[in-house]
Each structure stands twice: as structure tokens, then as C-alpha cells.
Design a protein around this ligand. Sequence first.
Ligand SMILES: *Cc1c(COP(=O)(O)O)cnc(C)c1O
Length: 364
Amino acid sequence: MSTTPARPYNFSAGPAVLPLPVLDEAQRDLISLPGVGMSVLEISHRSKAFEDILARAEADVRTLGRVPDNYKVLFLQGGASIQFSMVPLNLLTDGRAADYIVTGGWSQKAVKEAKRVGIVNIAGSTEAENFNRIPRQDELTLDPNAAYVHITTNNTLFGTEWKAEPQVGDVPLVADASSDIFSRPIDVARYGLIYAGAQKNLGPSGVTMVIVREDLLARSSKSLHTMMNYAVHAENGSMYNTPPCFGIYLMGLVMRWAIGEGGLETIGTRNAEKARTLYGEVDRTGFYRGTAQADSRSQMNVTFRLPSEDLEKLFVKESTAAGLDGLKGHRSVGGMRASIYNAFPQAGVDALVDFMRHFEQRHG
Ligand SMILES: *Cc1c(COP(=O)(O)O)cnc(C)c1O
């Protein structure tokens, strides 16, 4: 007998909606993992059972993301936020400077930590426009000798997203891809390092994925604190210490789900359609107003405002009551934010559009 209660459509920016079949499987197997008899929460990370879970999760990440063989896939802790420190600690070496392109609050936090480590050049920023767009290539001042160029591929708070990578020549491109990782096909070979907290598109909070090109591991100094050292985590296959076992297990289930759905091509097509539907409604009459410039709009976080803050408050209240949860925008933008990650269904977008129409009819 199913005891699953009715669930609202979950527009949370993160931790965010997960595929229902994944939750079902995790629930079914929580007490006794098939072939193991104990919970995945109870077994040693050095057991054969867990080694298999980790190996499979990594293999599925590689399959889904078509990760080339000369890249390591690491499962770490500390969220994306600790990568703000680990990236410069490992890669900002030899007295060189790093280029940071600042496109929102998360980029700013990355800059803050990198400045504690070395020299940071702001190679581009759209702060003067409250981060409502991604800078154009001709606005960037990139240093050909930089240790790396850091970007935030999707700006979760401001609802903007890079449509293509900036041209950075031979300088390694480092990306915080926390909120749009694996939302469409990705050419990993264009990057030196990609990191992502799992809780938007990959799984639960508590595990952070790092994909790093092997040659860059040579930059990690032996004098680094052990847990901050990418090379140590790579040499130990993410098992230097106890890894986030449950997070890796669940992320593995999400990877398998994504592969089963048809991989990143299918997922990308679906995400494009969801975003098209929702922006179409935002633009339909002028009652709603998208906050991001059209060419920079995110397919993951759709941000929009209403004619007044009173109407925005009412919209939050009534949409929540209608089973559309988590639409209140981040305070740095105000208004609404609909986060429509991989696991978010088209039916939920259609329900929101329907709600928006009726809301406008009543209050427009
Ligand atoms: C959510 C988010 C973070 C922060 O992740 P934590 O896991 O909470 O540290 C960093 N960058 C981006 C782009 C995010 O969306």
C-alpha cells in the first residue's frame, strides 16, 4: 500500500525537488539494501557494498556527463562553499593571479575566499546592473597568464546563466556549476575544473562533486592541509576519510535516473521546454516582468516581479495555498523565483502558468 501523501509542486532553489522514483527506491531500500541486508546508512565506507556504490556513482557521472578519461571525479563535503577556498588553495600558485568573472552573489563569495589566498582580478562584472545579465566576451579583461578563470555558470539568486563558455584560450576555466550542472549537454573538456553542490540538480545536500583535469592536480602543494588538497582526495578515490555515504548513494540513484530518462540531450530538451513555457507567460502581457535580460535568462531559476510588493506578497501566499511551493524570490532581487531543476516536471510549470493567468485576471 502506498503511503505517499500528496506533494506540492516544489519550486525550491535548493535543496530542491528530487525525482520521485529515486525517493521511492531509497525509501524501499533504506532499511535493508538488497544483497546487503543492512541500511546504506549503517555500513562501513570500506565495505565492498559501499565501494560498489561509489564506483557505480562515479561511472554513472562519467556516462551521463561524457567525462573524458583524463578527468577525476571527486565526491567531497563542505558544500560548494568550501570550493571557494579549495580552488584558489590548490590552483592559485606560483605567485600568479586568477581572473574571476562576477555575475552574482555566489561569484562574490568565491572572490572573497580567493582574495585570502592570492591576487584576484575581476575580469568582468555586471554588478552595476544588479547582475541582470552575463557579460559579453568583449567586456572581459582576461589575463593570458592567469592561473585560471572562474565563472559561475548559473546565478541561482539572479536567474541568469551563461549560454556558452567564455573564450579563455589556454587558461583553465573553473566553474561553479552548482545550480545548472547536467541540466543540458556539457563539454567537460572545455573546463579545467567544475564543482557543484549536489542539492540542486544532483542529489541531497552534503555531497559536492568536483570534476578536475588530472594535470591540474600537480599544482596542489604538499604543504596544504590534507583535507583541502585535491590531489589527496584524487589519490584516495574520495575515500581519504569517511565520505558522505548516503549522499553519494542517492546521487548515484539520480544519475541512473537521468541516464534512464535519455541522458543530457533529453533532459536539456525538457528543461528548454519548461523554461520556454514559463518565460512565455512572464512576457505575455507586461503584468509580470522578468528581471534577467532576455539573452541571459536562466533555464533553472526563473525570476520575475509583479507590479507591486503587495501583489508579490499575495502571490506567494495564494500560490503556496494552491500547492505551488517555494516561489518567493531571493531578497537581492525580490519578487518571485521559480526553480525548475531537472527533476521538476513540466506539469508543475503548466500548473504555475495556469495560476499566473488566473492571478492576473483577478488582480491585473
Ligand atoms: C547553492 C549554491 C552555492 C552554495 O552551495 P553550498 O553547498 O550551500 O555551499 C554555491 N554556488 C551556487 C551557484 C549555488 O547555487
